[in-house]
Ligand binder design. Structure first.
Ligand SMILES: C[S@@+](CC[C@H](N)C(=O)[O-])C[C@H]1O[C@@H](n2cnc3c(N)ncnc32)[C@H](O)[C@@H]1O
Length: 707
């Protein structure tokens, strides 16, 4: 491809010299493009780069007002896109890329950023702004390098740069404008045009990198790679690269989601951008000289590295491919600038030569493959769940924690199970990222827990989810096996699943036998321990001195509240059947700020408190019962008292999160609600919603105050 690029006048001789060695430096590395733009894909593929496409889920919602210059916005967006993918892959795809490429292209004219037109009139508005004028196309690019360390931590370091190209449109007559708009091409393109297709006819001149207008500044990218890999690694070994990239140095542990302006230039502390390696010798992107430069070839900046713990096991060749690409069809870059859906899209070279880019056929087959993978992932989901439930119930993770390195036959012997079955189960666990297989004794691999298993699947881990997993296996699984008839009759499936009628799920199903009760309490306990801290610290609760955790079960949530708020005492209020067993769950060291009162929250008087906690209570009940409970709480409250509600909040269109909607499939009387629905229920009892917080944890939270 290089000769044709040279013919386009994109690359000078010197740059071309460095291209092949640079691209070949990436051979054998996992390079990921965090963009679904077919144009970018095409440009990079033509350059001979081998990479995977994992479109970023980063929503392009950065506040443009925070940035001094448009290119800073593009660079920051590119960086956030790349970082999102770099951070997601070790968890979702169970593999850590070596490099993630993020890019964002914007069109600016008269100090305005033009996004994608929403309709034909909007396209007309944009194109008439561009008519007869010169405008700028900026592409911000971030190259995030990931370095996986021994302890399963991943270091991230971002190198950023941008390219500006000036484009002048001819004077466009009304008829020409409308003809172009009616071609449909302007939609889905920032600035409302695609230079590589019909939009090329509107262009009088292009000053700068043409491919930058298409969507990716290839030349600048190659120079940047050269700086990173050739200059940094003149001794050409990986170790010097590590040093060069600052991987042995201190790192910034957090990644801002709403970064301050110029974040991309706050890199001077990073060893990678130090003068020693001369990575930031050019004008800074936000420096006056840089912002005034046309066709900018500014040097990149290297942002501080970020350190993130990865939870999943290391990817292995054997891992099922269906896990590797997640939800691609749902989440694609939505504001790529010069994308075209055309099946062939001619690129004009300066010599008038036409290069046919048959991209979309290839794209199509890739997208179809991803669609297929997504469907297979959904079809196989139950197998993965059951493999997790079974290995957890049989004690695989506890065993391998005390005796890491056992092979399948040894595990089978300890678990009193068949060798063949155990072998299959262990291999499946490796594929799911729950176990790692290491070394070999003769023919048999030796197994040990991954970080994920150690953290959540051991019975004595502080954040153990074993209790909840057991509940899913023994209670939720049988309910889901009757889903079809549940949907058909809209009835409670408990009788079919457990052979007993039930009016009140707690009293009639869970608390009928001691074994089922303890299982349920264990399940609640494990989830409360994982979510409790995020809920307890979601809001400033310093004005409350006493709280009552309504339906507080084992007290796990109450203990998290007292830990987070040293002046708060919490009374746990739950059914007598629960309170009598609660002492089994008390932590070893407490300071008596958690107490238990037995009662029925629909019938009995509630303990007095300044704050009532309702964690995972209201979703179990229909509106009438919710009103009954809220009216009792309202009666117990004086003005200024609070209700802290914690549930999964559905989004307002009830399209997610899927966790909430899937849970609703096995619920009988209750229902999942949005934050607004909860807020309205509380409002009808005199509570004003003060704050809503979507925690990054399993439960969201809302604080309401009695007016
Ligand atoms: C889904 S669990 C939530 C437990 C706890 N709040 C948490 O987040 O971990 C519902 C709790 O409400 C309690 N509960 C159900 N009906 C009750 C009633 N009528 N009176 C008191 N507690 C009740 C159950 O015993 C159970 O502990």
């Amino acid at each position: 491809q290089f000769p044709s690029l040279l013919r386009q006048g994109q690359l000078d001789e010197k740059a071309a010299m460095v291209l092949n060695p640079v691209i070949s430096k990436l051979a054998g590395k996992l390079v990921v493009l965090a963009s679904a733009s077919p144009r970018r894909l095409e440009i990079l593929r033509n350059a001979g780069l081998r990479f995977e496409v994992v479109p970023s889920w980063f929503k392009e919602t950065l506040d443009k007002g925070l940035f001094k210059a448009p290119h800073e916005y593009a660079v920051e967006t590119a960086k956030q896109k790349a970082l999102e993918v770099a951070r997601r892959m070790p968890f979702k795809h169970l593999k850590t890329p070596d490099m993630v490429i993020g890019a964002d292209t914007i069109v600016t004219v008269d100090g305005m950023i033009l996004e994608k037109p929403v309709d034909k009139n909007d396209a007309y508005r944009m194109l008439s702004k561009l008519s007869g004028k010169e405008h700028s196309v900026f592409t911000g690019v971030a190259l995030v390098l990931c370095h996986e360390k021994e302890n399963e931590e991943v270091d991230y370091q971002s190198f950023e740069f941008y390219e500006e190209t000036k484009v002048k449109f001819a004077d466009l007559s009304e008829s020409m404008l409308w003809e172009y708009i009616n071609s449909g091409e302007p939609m889905d393109k920032a600035g409302g045009y695609g230079i590589q297709a019909l939009g090329g006819m509107l262009v009088e001149y292009v000053h700068g990198d043409f491919l930058n207008v298409v969507g990716f500044p290839l030349n600048h990218f190659c120079k940047q790679l050269d700086r990173i890999y050739n200059h940094c690694t003149s001794s050409s070994d990986e170790e010097s690269l590590s040093v060069c990239l600052g991987q042995n140095s201190s790192h910034t542990p957090t990644i801002p989601t709403q970064p301050p302006p110029n974040l991309s230039t706050q890199s001077s502390h990073s060893p990678a951008s130090s003068a020693k390696h001369n990575l930031s010798s050019g004008p800074r992107p936000n420096s006056p000289s840089a912002s005034q430069t046309h066709h900018t070839q500014n040097s990149p900046t290297a942002s501080p590295a970020h350190k993130v713990k990865r939870n999943g096991g290391k990817s292995e060749e054997s891992q099922s491919s269906w896990m590797l690409v997640n939800s691609l069809s749902k989440h694609t870059d939505t504001r790529e600038v010069q994308d075209s859906e055309n099946t062939t899209s001619p690129l004009m070279t300066s010599g008038g030569q036409v290069i046919e880019l048959n991209v979309t056929e290839q794209e199509d087959s890739e997208l179809k493959k991803e669609d297929l993978q997504r469907i297979i992932e959904l079809m196989d989901g139950f197998k993965a769940s059951k493999a997790l439930f079974t290995s957890s119930k049989m004690g695989v993770f506890d065993l391998l924690q005390t005796r890491p390195g056992l092979d399948a036959a040894q595990v089978a012997q300890e678990l009193k199970a068949s060798v063949k079955g155990t072998e299959c189960l262990l291999e499946a666990c490796v594929a799911l990222g729950l176990l790692k297989s290491k070394g070999r004794t003769g023919q048999s691999p030796m197994y040990e827990n991954t970080h994920l298993a150690t953290r959540f699947l051991l019975s004595d881990a502080p954040l153990s989810l074993q209790g909840y997993i057991r509940h899913c296996n023994d209670t939720v699984w049988p309910l889901f096996s009757h889903l079809e008839s549940a949907v058909q009759d809209g009835s409670n499936q408990r009788e079919k699943a457990f052979g007993k009628k039930s009016q009140d799920v707690f009293q009639d199903t869970y608390y009928n036998s001691k074994e089922v009760k303890l299982r349920f309490m264990n399940a609640m306990h494990s989830i409360a321990k994982v979510t409790g801290k995020a809920v307890a610290t979601a809001f400033d609760l310093s004005k409350f001195k006493t709280a009552c955790d309504i339906g507080g079960c084992t007290g796990a949530m109450a203990y998290e509240f007292t830990k987070a708020h040293p002046k708060l005492s919490v009374t746990v209020f739950d059914l007598p059947a629960v309170v009598e067993m609660s002492e089994h769950f008390h932590p070893l060291h407490t300071d008596n700020r958690v107490s238990f009162v037995a009662g029925d929250f629909f019938k009995d008087e509630l303990p007095k408190a300044d704050l009532y906690i309702l964690a995972r209570i209201l979703h179990d009940w229909p509106d009438e019962k919710v009103h009954l409970l809220l009216s009792k709480i309202a009666d117990a409250c004086t003005p200024g008292c609070g209700v802290l509600l914690s549930e999964i909040f559905l989004d307002e269109e009830r399209r997610g999160p899927s966790r909430g909607l899937l849970q609703a499939l096995s619920m009988s009387e209750g229902k999942q609600r949005s934050a607004t629905e909860y807020s309205l229920l509380l409002k009808s009892h005199g509570f004003v919603t003060a704050h809503v917080k979507h925690t990054a944890n399993l439960l969201d939270a809302m604080l309401c105050i009695k007016a």
